[in-house]
Design a protein around this ligand. Structure first.
Ligand code: PNW
Length: 552
């Protein structure tokens, strides 16, 4: 039988028609007598939930914290800001107790750099240090293991003002000093580190489309590529410091988290057109994941980027390349959705605000994405395509084969939840998470070395330029009272993590969650999962995925 990895590696070249290949690793999935399946995970599999400092903490002016670029950007240019957010800065103890109650044993959080160093370098803010000490101690006391992201987008404003933020080469050693400080202060207790969250967003949305802080737009792509270059240099330098100065004594691991969607070429009966779409899909993977992952796992930028960007893509010195290669103990991966891809000589991107960008980064990538009319979409407009997750994982495994495995550091969905009542009965989210976890399980059966999964997000929170309108939490937050209420998905996820398995009802298919779930009583989690079994419209687009998701 052809393995799934073989299948994935050849997808790009084989997809002349969507029906041109079949692989059935459904053989591996144990079926109970009634056709229900229990997908078990390895005993040491890591389950957790995630948040980020600016999205949940609030207390922006409390405890001596300095301004970050997100304070400035959101106050000046967005409808909402993170001044209060979930008030986690004040309510962290309650939050940690809730994690313990739900049995969530791992928690991914980020440190607000300007709480530790209000101007990004120099003086240390003792109150900020005390907050993270208290939070870390509280987590450990409640049996929750922290995974800490050093940079989840909230750059101290002073570094943007004084240097131009990630545009400046000088920022790498400054970030490195901040990282050293965190290892020094917290590394006796924190054993799991991430340098950066999603450099793609930092660079492209921050210094290209301008829809994220610091809100800089740049049409020729130069700023985007320069920011990425400096993020990579900063990442490598910080990992080097951890390994040389702290690892032996503290014994932790350190890596990076990258975001990537799956990009499926639009099939075409004309082999030349099919090939063009396959090349375009490959380019999107290179311009999103490969941009960062290639330097780290293969030693330099993808050759396709060098070819098309020329001098606008900066070059690494031999020393930098050596420092970068192997500079992540594992691959942290954030994944949310998939698209179909077509070749397009004028790459174009429409942002959350409806701003269209062309040229530069998008022109270099020369690809355009579209959904499939039958796909369910989340409140972000993101396509629900579990089989895309499976393919992405196998693709990552094949291209990078990361020695420390892959950790899913974010996966989840925003759901329209206009009232608390509708929010806590989040059947759509349960179906989304079930289907994505099942797809991840399939990828693991087929050879992807996935070792952990963190649901985004523990709490409803500040969704960046979209403010509080998008709810990603498995715990509802009432923004008037800051009251927390676990949603159906939180109870369901607690069940998954406790059993280290996900239960799939007989006949369940995971594609058209939206229509299928509208009439379900959300209190009945089993029914929710079962009803995710509506007729599978995706069968038309991907018979392979449909076949593997359906019990006999
Ligand atoms: C991530 N995309 O952002 C961030 O790490 C989180 O802070 C955020 O809340 C979450 O995902 C949901 O948005 C992303 O366009 C932003 O592919 C954009 C994309 C992916 C992730």
């Amino acid at each position: 039988m052809q393995t799934a990895i073989d299948t994935v590696s050849s997808i790009a070249h084989q997809l002349g028609s969507p029906h041109s290949f079949v692989d059935s690793n459904e053989d591996h999935i144990p079926l109970s007598s009634n056709g229900a399946r229990e997908l078990k995970f390895p005993p040491d599999f890591v389950w957790g939930t995630a948040t980020a400092s600016y999205q949940v903490e609030g207390g922006c002016d409390a405890g001596g914290r300095g301004l970050s670029i997100w304070d400035t950007f959101s106050r000046e240019r967005c409808v909402d800001n993170g001044d209060v957010a979930c008030g986690h800065f004040f309510k962290y103890e309650e939050d940690v107790k809730l994690m313990q109650k739900l049995g969530f044993k791992n928690y991914r959080l980020s440190i607000s750099w300007s709480r530790i160093q209000p101007t990004g370098r120099g003086p240390i803010n003792a109150e900020g240090v005390a907050f993270y000490n208290d939070l870390i101690n509280c987590l450990l006391a409640h049996g929750v293991e922290p995974l800490i992201t050093l940079y989840h987008w909230d750059l101290p404003q002073a570094l943007e003002d004084e240097l131009g933020g990630w545009q400046s080469r000088e920022i790498a050693p400054i970030f490195c000093d901040y990282a050293r400080l965190c290892f020094e202060l917290f590394g006796d207790r924190v054993k799991n580190w991430l340098t950066f969250n999603e450099p793609w967003c930092v660079c492209l949305l921050g210094y290209g489309t301008g829809e994220h802080a610091p809100g800089i737009t740049c049409d020729d792509g130069t700023k985007v590529y320069m920011a990425a270059h400096n993020v990579l240099r900063a990442h490598a330098a910080a990992v080097d410091v951890y390994r040389r100065e702290y690892k032996a004594q503290q014994g932790g691991v350190i890596g990076i988290t990258l975001n990537c969607n799956w990009n499926e070429p639009v099939p075409d009966r004309d082999p030349a057109a099919a090939q063009r779409n396959a090349d375009a899909a490959h380019r999107i993977l290179m311009w999103s994941l490969g941009w960062f992952a290639d330097p780290i796992w293969r030693g330099d930028y993808p050759p396709e980027m060098r070819e098309r960007c020329g001098d606008r893509l900066p070059t690494f010195t031999d020393e930098e390349k050596a420092l970068l290669k192997g500079s992540s103990d594992f691959l942290g991966l954030n994944h949310y959705f998939s698209d179909f891809v077509k070749d397009c000589s004028k790459g174009e991107f429409v942002s959350h605000w409806g701003i269209t960008s062309k040229g530069g980064y998008f022109g270099d990538m020369a690809a355009t994405t579209e959904g499939h009319p039958t796909w369910a979409r989340t409140d972000m407009g993101w396509n629900v395509v579990p089989w895309g997750f499976r393919r992405l994982l196998l693709w990552c495994q094949e291209r990078y084969n990361p020695p420390g495995g892959i950790y899913i550091t974010e996966n989840g969905c925003a759901v329209p939840e206009p009232t608390k009542e509708s929010s806590v009965k989040d059947t759509f989210r349960v179906a989304y998470l079930t289907s994505y976890i099942a797809a991840m399980h399939e990828a693991m059966e087929a050879g992807a070395d996935v070792r952990g999964y963190f649901a985004w997000s523990f709490l409803d929170n500040f969704e960046w330029s979209l403010g509080y309108s998008k709810r990603f939490g498995i715990v509802h937050v009432d923004y008037d009272t800051l009251e927390r209420t676990p949603k159906t998905s939180a109870h369901w996820f607690a069940h998954v993590t406790a059993r280290n398995a996900v239960h799939i009802e007989a006949g369940a298919r995971f594609t058209d969650a939206a229509t299928a779930l509208s009439h379900v009583d959300a209190d009945d989690v089993a029914a929710v999962v079962a009803v995710a079994a509506a007729p599978c419209p995706l069968a038309a687009a991907d018979p392979t995925a449909a076949a593997t998701m359906v019990a006999a």
